[in-house]
Design a protein around this ligand. Structure first.
Ligand SMILES: Nc1ncnc2c1ncn2[C@@H]1O[C@H](COP(=O)(O)OP(=O)(O)OP(=O)(O)O)[C@@H](O)[C@H]1O
Ligand SMILES: [Mg+2]
Length: 460
């Protein structure tokens, strides 16, 4: 494993390397050239100014003063020759600086042509280089003479050695600092990562109650928040799963024990008593049906609840749907002596939705109404429209739901009365379908007066 600290260190070394490399090139390699360049430029500039002043008739006293200035600045000597080679002025604390006569002559001849020139030459005795600058006095054919400025070039080698030494010390110090910095910063950086990793590993092993306490406002803090969120969500899902298993097994227990009990009775006792046996067999069949419908509804619910359930939205006529439900309940209506009516403000309304699912919602509402309304009562399905929505209501004049029960009726396996024949799944299935449709929905109920379930659909 390549550690983060290692990578950080390599990057820091790279930065140090580049910085020092640049310094090295500028200071050591280019120093000499730069020094020569700036020295030449400065001496030339001041020399030309002085030559000009001399040409314009500067007196000897002032000239000496200026030459002295040059000497102080550049350690330079100044000589002025007339055009026929006669020396008319000289200022040099170290005459040797001016170099050998041959060179001087060469510079004189060149400059006399009218252009300022620069020569660099080696001084044997001083063992250092000398810069000779020749400047013509006057212009064109009227050149009156030549001024020669000579200055020693400082020993750059020594300076270079000093800089090298300093750079070496800086390099060592920087490498040490980078080691310390990477050590501490990578430690501070990896510590929360290790914490988060540890928590995630625990979660992977099934311990969902872990929490990461990284209190920083950066990306790592964000990651730890996400992990904490994840653990909370997983805990919730785990709780739901446990509840579901507990509920399902509870619901299955009663029919299963009934089936087992009657099957045993038939085997041991009533096997040959045709009438008793048949009535017990019908109970077994009824309970098997109930089990089957429990399994179907549970599967149905978990399918609708799954992440990737999307209602298949198509336009359809809600009247046709309600009519088909009415005919499915016609028999029950007659049998129970409960009237089933339909009411509308506009015939034929096309809505947008998953038709079979919407039919299931209304079916569940009507089915509940039949289960909780006494003989002689009524059930009404009404359809009303406004600009964009269609509201579907299923009302009954049954025994109603106590207000303290109302918040729970949508819960899975919730039944208001324990000996209710239902499975407690109808309303949770309806709720999931309506939420998948983004419908608004609700219930109003007054005990002993009646109940109304309603929901809305978008007009197509
Ligand atoms: N119209 C109604 N009048 C009175 N109580 C109702 C009405 N509709 C629902 N309830 C109450 O709400 C509970 C939950 O209804 P839900 O449809 O979810 O379950 P269920 O009818 O008991 O079983 P099933 O899964 O077979 O539909 C019912 O058990 C009942 O107590
Ligand atoms: Mg129901």
């Amino acid at each position: 494993m390549k550690k983060i600290s290692y990578r950080l260190w390599v990057q820091m070394l790279l930065l140090i390397g580049i910085t020092l490399g640049l310094l090295w090139v500028l200071q050591v390699v280019m120093l000499e050239q730069y020094y020569l360049y700036s020295q030449t430029r400065n001496i030339k500039q001041e020399g030309i100014a002085l030559a000009k002043a001399y040409e314009e008739g500067m007196n000897e006293e002032l000239l000496t003063e200026k030459a002295e200035e040059l000497n102080l600045k550049f350690n330079a000597g100044v000589e002025i020759y007339s055009i026929n080679g006669e020396r008319v002025f000289g200022f040099s604390l170290m005459p040797m600086m001016m170099g050998r006569a041959v060179y001087k002559q060469e510079v004189f001849l060149e400059a006399a042509k009218g252009e300022a020139i620069v020569r660099q030459l080696k001084h044997n005795r001083l063992n250092s280089n000398i810069l000779l600058v020749g400047i013509p006095i006057g212009e064109g054919p009227e050149i009156k003479g030549v001024m020669i400025v000579g200055a020693p070039l400082a020993a750059i080698k020594e300076t270079k050695e000093i800089i090298k030494e300093q750079l070496f010390i800086i390099t060592v110090i920087l490498i040490l600092i980078s080691l310390l910095l990477t050590y501490y910063s990578s430690k501070a950086f990896t510590k929360p990562i290790l914490k988060i990793n540890e928590a995630a590993a625990k979660m992977a092993k099934g311990n969902l109650s872990v929490r990461v306490d990284v209190e920083s406002s950066d990306e790592l803090g964000m990651l730890s928040d996400t992990i904490n969120n994840l653990s909370a969500q997983l805990q919730k899902i785990e709780q739901l799963r446990k509840d579901l298993i507990a509920n399902v097994s509870h619901e299955f227990r009663t029919p299963l024990s009934l089936i087992k009990g009657y099957a045993e009775t038939i085997r041991d006792v009533t096997g040959d008593m045709k009438e008793k046996r048949n009535s017990q067999l019908s109970i077994i069949l009824e309970e098997t049906d109930r089990l089957k419908s429990l399994v179907d509804d549970t599967l149905n619910l978990s399918q609708i609840q799954s992440e990737d359930f999307r209602p298949d939205m198509v336009p359809f006529d809600i009247f046709a749907t309600v009519n088909s439900i009415m005919s499915r309940f016609a028999h029950m209506s007659e049998e129970k002596g409960i009237t089933l009516d339909m009411q509308w403000d506009k015939a034929s309304v096309v809505v947008l939705g998953d038709e079979p699912r919407i039919e299931q919602v209304i079916y569940n509402f009507v089915n509940n109404a039949f289960n909780h309304t006494a003989s002689g009562g009524w059930i009404k399905i009404s359809i009303s429209t406004n600009e964009d929505n269609v509201k579907i209501e299923v009302s009954d004049n049954g025994h109603g739901i106590p207000s303290e029960e109302l918040p729970y009726i949508w819960d899975r396996f919730y039944k208001a009365s324990k000996d209710d024949k239902g499975k407690g799944l109808g309303l949770s299935i309806a709720k999931e379908i309506m939420e998948a449709h983004n419908s608004s929905y609700g219930v109003e109920s007054i005990p002993e007066v009646g109940t109304t379930f309603w929901f809305t659909l978008l007009k197509a």
